[in-house]
Design a protein around this ligand. Sequence first.
Ligand SMILES: [Zn+2]
Length: 272
Amino acid sequence: MTTNTQLPHATSYLVKDTGRVKVHTLVSPAPMFANATHIIELPNELILVDGQFFAQYGQEFRDLADSLQKPISRFYVTHDHPDHFLGMGDAFADVPVYALPEIKESLATVGPHELEEKQHQMGSLIANRLSLPTEVVEPGEETIGGARFLFERVLDTESPVALVIKLPELGIVIAQDILYHDAHAFITGPVTGWKKALQALRDDDDYDLILPGHGKPAGKSDIDRAMDYLDKATELLAQADGPVAYKQALLTVYPDYAADKLIDIYCRILFR
Ligand SMILES: [Zn+2]
């Protein structure tokens, strides 16, 4: 089932194939936030991570999952920003959604407000309803379908609380918005904790494939560039005399980065 296409299509990638487990990523186009959402394809089931912003990409993510012909047993939402849960509302109304306890609680409050506001601003590009978490994930280790999953709560990065999922047997970290890969990062305050989390990912030799929340699957050198970006943005912010000058300075240094609309959105918070 596909809704009317109104936007350019997302792109999907087969990130890893061990024979037993496959990992797939769907990335929305660069001007549409380059949102990256992921499927861990186990022998008999699918585990999904994050739900896009636009309803069309939520549906394209569903179409990718359905093409694998296995049931979706869990859908994890990593944090409470609308580009990670709004798009999935219509397309994933029938799946169990998991989140950290405080994210589940936060989404119950901010979700309806975000839905109403974005529907008002963008009409039919936005889903008709929400599919909010009903289940809780606690940090720790779990074996699902024979594969090891490590769930971690990471504080004080791009958002105050975020879920990171590690697949040690695959060498994959699903870092979501801790890593923006060649995309403009969503900066709303000091980046000290954020850089510390990136450095920890950089230093962890057990993982070499990092799945970002924005942009294509990444490697270790992409983390270095993301840390440089946060330094540069901090420097430009200190020099700029307003949001227009700041955005212009950032676009001059990073003309090819995806998701430049995110700058406008977070500047409303940063320059409030
Ligand atoms: Zn995001």
